[in-house]
Design a protein around this ligand. Structure first.
Ligand code: ARG
Length: 572
């Protein structure tokens, strides 16, 4: 049985107490002044045309004493401050400990979500933009699944377009030894060389254009060359996902080309329904509220003037397939904020075409830019985009130093694995901890700090808990319902209590940073608790109860970090 949070039990109690006050919506929050504060009386008083303090007093009077609530009083203009009983707090700890799900329910059961994330481009390096999409997407996937949901991962790989003409043509004219070509450096080189030839040599450009036609026409030799390039890139992406510890496999990669066959039907349907119209030879969808700087409407181009299909048509075909064939109840697109207009137009078009029923929400889970120390988009010193592998390798190398300083006894493969867990965890946490729509500055030094809001700090807090439990050596961990709690015990219990509720908040706004904030507060409360309250030196029954609190803290940190895709090693 999932134990409801104290916050929700309290909310229910306040609602019952306010039964005589129509329009009262309890808003129960943690508070610095009491355990919780309820503000709902203010809004209700406005509707009822009454004095808010009188309304609050009525609620206070109607709250049953004992049980859950130890103290209730009117505060400020009409808030209700609420203190909980020690017994209620201790019962909550006991309930959570007995529940392997730590109070987390399955509100997503029966809901299928298709998450579009990562989306690297074939024959191109993955960069920091793909990092954000990959790890935000991965965290959302893990959380939705943990809440009982069904998730279909879609890695919408960029595997189609004009550039393949020049890549294949160059490969055909300059066959590369397979060993070299099989590396990403080989592919990146191919891209640069093909581009240079395309720009410099009109005859090569012409042959490349003919190659595109051959690719579109399914010419066997051309298709084989294309497949080989796709396979090489995919192998490389998989290595990066393994290093990142991201749960994406080849089966989740459904590239843009997978929708080619559906594109003419998409265009025909939109034209038949008059959602799209021909303008200047192109098939376009217009929107009242989308205009360029010149005031002219900016259309979504479904089919270009030359008859070719692009990015928009592919997204429309993918969307229709996700709703119709995959039976999605919700669609998420974890993509750079700069594409927000594109998604607005795609979603709006799909709604008008009836492909996206009103019951199926579609969200562009947009994210901001990663900045360098100079406050500009993160680049190498030479001004190139930073290769994701280089960035990750550097973080793992730095983490190796942090690990070596903390744990000099650890060597060899074990130290390498720990460095990977810490370095990758640091990169992920620094990204996930910022509200996703904001830009953030990439700072490898700060993200690996042992103090502050970092992944390392959380991993360290978890490792400390584990070492306390190891030192307790199997001692009794029973919660005694009769003990008197110290303020630091209470604060820790109340933070532990918020775990399940924060996951609901994460899903409500697709905001993993809320979970980061929660875990960080929890680690801080644990630090204060451990400074102020003796654990191993405490006498029974305090000892057992506090060991139980350590156990619950460790489990919550490990589960929470796991939902962010971050490992929680036993030691740092
Ligand atoms: N491959 C694209 C890029 O690197 C992102 C694709 C986003 N997903 C989508 N369904 N449009 O910019």
């Amino acid at each position: 049985m999932t134990v409801p949070s104290l916050a929700s039990s309290l909310s229910a109690a306040v609602t019952t107490a306010a039964a005589a006050l129509p329009g009262f919506v309890p808003l129960v929050r943690r508070s610095g002044r009491a355990d919780f504060q309820a503000d709902g009386a203010l809004a209700a008083a406005r509707t009822l045309r009454r004095n808010p303090r009188d309304v609050a007093a009525e609620i206070v009077a109607a709250l049953p004493a004992g049980g859950l609530v130890a103290a209730a009083e009117v505060a400020g203009p009409g808030f209700v401050n609420l203190g909980l009983t020690d017994t209620a707090l201790l019962a909550q700890v006991a309930g959570r400990l007995a529940d392997p799900r730590l109070g987390v329910g399955t509100p997503e059961a029966g809901v299928t979500t298709v998450v579009d994330y990562s989306q690297p481009n074939i024959a191109k390096e993955m960069h920091v933009g793909h990092l954000r999409s990959t790890i935000i997407g991965d965290a959302l996937v893990r959380i939705l699944e943990h809440l009982g949901g069904t998730v279909v991962r879609r890695n919408h790989v960029g595997d189609w377009g004009m550039q393949f003409g020049m890549l294949i043509q160059y490969r055909v004219e300059h066959p590369a030894p397979v060993t070299e070509a099989a590396t990403m450096r080989g592919l990146a080189l191919l891209y640069r060389q093909a581009r240079a030839a395309f720009d410099a040599d009109p005859a090569f450009a012409e042959r490349s254009r003919r190659r595109v036609v051959a690719l579109q026409g399914g010419d066997p030799e051309t298709t084989a060359a294309w497949r080989r390039i796709v396979a090489e890139s995919t192998r490389y992406f998989t290595e990066v996902y393994d290093l990142l510890g991201v749960r994406l496999t080849g089966a989740d990669a459904v590239g843009e080309s997978a929708y080619n066959a559906a594109l003419p039907g998409v265009a025909a349907d939109l034209a038949d329904q008059a959602v799209a119209v021909t303008s200047d030879g192109a098939l376009c969808v217009f929107f009242d509220d989308v205009r360029g700087p010149d005031g002219e409407p900016t259309p979504l181009i479904v089919r270009k003037r030359d008859g070719g299909f692009g990015y928009a048509a592919t997204d429309l075909a993918a969307l229709r397939q996700r709703v119709t064939d995959l039976h999605a109840d919700r669609l998420l697109y974890v993509v750079d904020a700069r594409q927000s207009l594109h998604f607005r137009m795609v979603f709006d078009t799909a709604r008008r075409a009836g492909w996206l029923p009103p019951t199926v929400p579609a969200a562009h889970v947009a994210f901001g830019t990663v900045l360098g120390a100079d406050g500009r988009p993160f680049k190498t010193r030479a001004g190139d985009t930073v290769r994701l592998v280089d960035l990750l390798t550097e973080a793992v190398d730095r983490a190796r130093e942090v690990v070596a300083a903390k744990n000099p006894g650890l060597t060899g493969a074990a130290r390498d694995e720990r460095a990977r867990q810490v370095g990758i965890g640091a990169v992920k946490y620094a990204d996930l901890a910022t509200s996703r729509t904001r830009d953030y500055t990439y700072d490898p030094h700060r993200m690996l700090a042992l103090t502050g809001n970092t992944g390392v700090y959380l991993q360290y807090a978890h490792a400390r808990v584990r070492s306390i439990l190891a030192r307790a050596d199997g001692a009794d961990e029973t919660v005694d319902p009769g003990i008197v709690l110290a303020p630091a015990d209470r604060a820790l219990i109340l933070d532990l209590d918020g775990f399940a509720d924060v996951l609901d908040e994460v899903v409500a706004g697709y905001e993993p940073h809320r979970l980061c904030g929660h875990l960080h507060r929890l680690a801080q409360s644990f630090t204060t608790f451990y400074e102020r309250c003796p654990v191993l030196r405490a006498e029974p029954p305090y000892r057992g109860t506090r060991l139980a609190l350590c156990r619950l803290t460790g489990d919550t940190l490990r589960t929470g970090l796991g939902l962010l895709g971050i490992d929680a090693p036993e030691r740092l």
